[in-house]
Design a protein around this ligand. Structure first.
Ligand code: A2P
Length: 257
């Protein structure tokens, strides 16, 4: 076993659809990360571990680590990972990193987190992070999937916030969750890009259109979703930030295979 990894134990596994599942694992005491970061995770292989980058879906203060994963039938890792059960072992990288962190954004009034598919994972961490509500007056998290059943994880995470020990007071007052579907009936329909372009999102929220003076944005989804959403956000005048140079929006590609 390479020293870049620790071996952890699976604590729980929940399957949402034939494409999506969540799992929780033990967290080594030495493992430090910032809410929104990703880490390499996977399974021990014959020669070297088989790992991929996954956003940590639990907040930085949680004693366990949570992940939200896609299942790809012929995916080298997820074809195996989807079969894990409590008590199994997984390997965890020692060096979390990433740009979907509060530190990469300059202060403002409102934070938008736009996600599709497993791109909700880093936001599952950030909506449970007290600092999110210390830094922003309003927090809007959106999740768009093809089908309604694929929204179950995000609605479960958001639905549990009022009972959360750390954000149970702030989140219900400051957070708004907008879910939409693109291939099934749902109260809100359409891609996030369509909802931004048409202004439908802002009408629903009773908020003005994106403005670099007041708004910050985090984007996580497929390569195409990021490219299209980023272009729209830039059209509204926001500039991309990083850990080294905080600014008005940040992006990260969701784990895909
Ligand atoms: P659509 O059903 O119109 O393709 P996937 O499961 O393929 O990752 O897609 C997750 C969600 O992201 C779907 O609702 C999908 O809409 C949407 N999506 C796919 N491509 C883009 C894009 N370029 N911009 C915005 N949303 C997208």
């Amino acid at each position: 076993m390479s020293s870049a990894f620790t071996t952890e134990t699976v604590l729980s596994v929940d399957h949402y659809t034939d494409r999506l599942f969540k799992f929780r694992i033990t967290r080594p005491q030495t493992f430090r990360f910032r809410s929104g970061e990703f880490v390499m995770i996977g399974m021990a292989g014959e020669k070297k571990p088989l790992v991929r980058a996954y956003s940590v879906a639990s907040p930085a203060w949680d004693e366990e680590l949570e992940f939200f994963s896609i299942k790809v039938e012929d995916g080298p890792l997820t074809s195996k990972l989807q079969k894990i059960v409590p008590g199994d072992e997984v390997v965890l990288g020692k060096k979390p990193t990433g740009t979907l962190v509060l530190d990469a954004l300059t202060p403002a009034k409102r934070l938008y987190m736009f996600s599709t598919g497993t791109g909700f994972a880093p936001f599952a961490s950030l909506v449970r992070e007290p600092e999110t509500y210390e830094k922003f007056d309003e927090v809007i998290v959106t999740h768009t999937c093809r089908l309604g059943a694929e929204l179950e994880y995000s609605s479960e995470v958001v639905g549990a916030l009022p009972d959360d020990p750390l954000v149970g007071e702030d989140a219900p007052q400051k957070l708004r969750y907008v879910s939409s579907c693109t291939r099934e009936d749902h109260p809100v329909q359409g891609r996030i890009t369509q909802l931004i372009e048409s202004g439908d999102l802002f009408e629903r929220l009773g908020a003005p259109k994106l403005n670099p003076e007041t708004d910050r944005v985090m984007i996580c989804g497929s390569q195409a979703m990021i490219a299209d959403t980023k272009a729209l956000v830039e059209q509204h005048g926001l500039t991309e930030g990083s850990n080294a140079k905080p600014a008005e929006f940040v992006v990260e590609k969701a784990f895909v295979g």
